[in-house]
Design a protein around this ligand. Structure first.
Ligand SMILES: Nc1ncnc2c1ncn2[C@@H]1O[C@H](COP(=O)(O)OP(=O)(O)O)[C@@H](O)[C@H]1O
Ligand SMILES: [Mg+2]
Length: 366
């Protein structure tokens, strides 16, 4: 697919995504009368957009009934945790204890490995949410990329496999919660936030140094243990820019998936050729902004279309607007990460970290 066509499809998707079903049909009839392939692409994106996890809960009927047992209990509480009783997949050698996370196409369980009796996290992929081939390729890529990384603050992969049509992998269990919740619950002062965030940047830099971009950095993909150690996880949208895992092209769906709120403008607009390490440094800027101010730098009210227009225009509010006590050197780091043009931002997480470390040192001495 040419970049121009890719852009055309993305534009049309963005134009219709907030409309009613009838209005969407009308608009697609008008715009794709001679181009059924384009219509298919847009409809695929719309379908993806309505996947559970992006909008609501998983449709339990879409889960294959054969290899699941009914679950009597389910966790409550945090927003990321499901509120409906999930079906528990049966996977030999593992005892699934509690559902701890649920996304559009996956469930994450706290589980026990029978032979070692160690508790681990087990991520199950719901292949039926995508066409199975696409979903499987995606999941295999996630496992390969995550397994290729070796960093103390990136969750370690232990095992992967499938039982019937249930695909899974197991990884280091993180006992704790989301980064933003940790910061709020502990009322962390700025210097402590920067120190924690510097470790996150170091983990992302490890991926960058291997030419891997995460593409889905957001607070729910960064967990902090009760001892205060952060971990970057979920390489489900990650992309290898070079080497054996490099792909010829990004898929349309891969660009639009993910959370708009923590996405760089070029990613939200589906501008494939501009996606790189700086896409991650922008997301890091958004996360740091949120941790320091509790706010988003962009007005997120209104439709997604208006939000995208604001992103595209770079309508960013300085963090000092929310925090007049914020040290200007911290604000400068955040604003550099959030530059509209990728080339004006930090070129990698390591570059951002270098500035963070300087500021941390200066704050300590002042
Ligand atoms: N290793 C882990 N330890 C503890 N909780 C985890 C772990 N991996 C994932 N989770 C929880 O499950 C949620 C979803 O996992 P994630 O890998 O982000 O899946 P998705 O691709 O569906 O977003 C996370 O936000 C987190 O709350
Ligand atoms: Mg996730």
């Amino acid at each position: 697919m040419t970049p121009e066509r890719h852009q055309k499809i993305t534009d049309l998707f963005l134009e219709v995504c907030d409309l009613s079903r009838a209005e969407i049909a009308e608009k697609l009839d008008a715009s794709c009368s001679n181009d059924s392939e384009m219509r298919q692409h847009v409809e695929a994106l719309l379908k993806m957009d309505q996947l559970p996890g992006f909008e609501g809960d998983v449709d339990q009927d879409s889960i294959s009934p054969n290899s699941y047992e009914d679950s009597e209990s389910c966790s409550d509480g945090e927003d990321e945790k499901p509120t409906i009783a999930p079906r528990r997949p049966i996977i030999p050698n593992y005892e699934l204890i509690e559902l701890i996370g649920q996304g559009g196409v996956s469930q994450v369980w706290r589980a026990r490995e029978n032979s070692t009796q160690q508790e681990i996290a087990l991520k199950v992929h719901n292949l039926t949410a995508f066409s199975s081939e696409d979903g499987l390729t995606r999941f295999e890529r996630e496992i390969k990329i995550a397994a290729s990384l070796n960093h103390p603050h990136i969750t370690t992969i232990y095992d992967s496999g499938h039982y019937g049509d249930i695909y899974f992998y197991t990884l280091q269990l993180i006992r704790g919660g989301r980064l933003d919740h940790y910061v709020t619950e502990h009322a962390l002062p700025d210097e402590a936030i920067l120190r924690l965030f510097s470790i996150v940047c170091d983990a992302v830099e490890h991926a960058h140094s291997q030419s891997i971009i995460h593409r889905d950095l957001k607070p729910s993909n960064i967990l902090v243990t009760t001892q205060g150690h952060p971990y970057v996880l979920d390489f489900g949208l990650a992309k290898a820019m070079e080497g054996a895992m490099k792909e010829a092209s990004l898929t349309m769906e891969g660009d639009i998936l993910g959370t708009l709120e923590f996405m760089a403008p070029e990613q939200a607009m589906g501008e494939q050729d501009k996606i790189g390490k700086t896409t991650d440094t922008y997301s890091l800027g958004l996360i740091l902004y949120r941790l320091l101010t509790g706010q988003s730098p962009i007005d997120t009210s209104g439709t997604r279309y208006t939000l995208l227009k604001r992103m595209q225009n770079g309508d960013i509010v300085s963090p000092e607007q929310y925090r007049d006590d914020l040290d200007p050197s911290i604000s400068a780091i955040v604003m550099k990460a959030l530059e509209r043009k990728p080339e004006d931002r930090y070129l990698s997480a390591g570059d951002m970290n270098a500035d963070l470390r300087t500021v941390i040192r200066n704050l300590r001495f002042s």
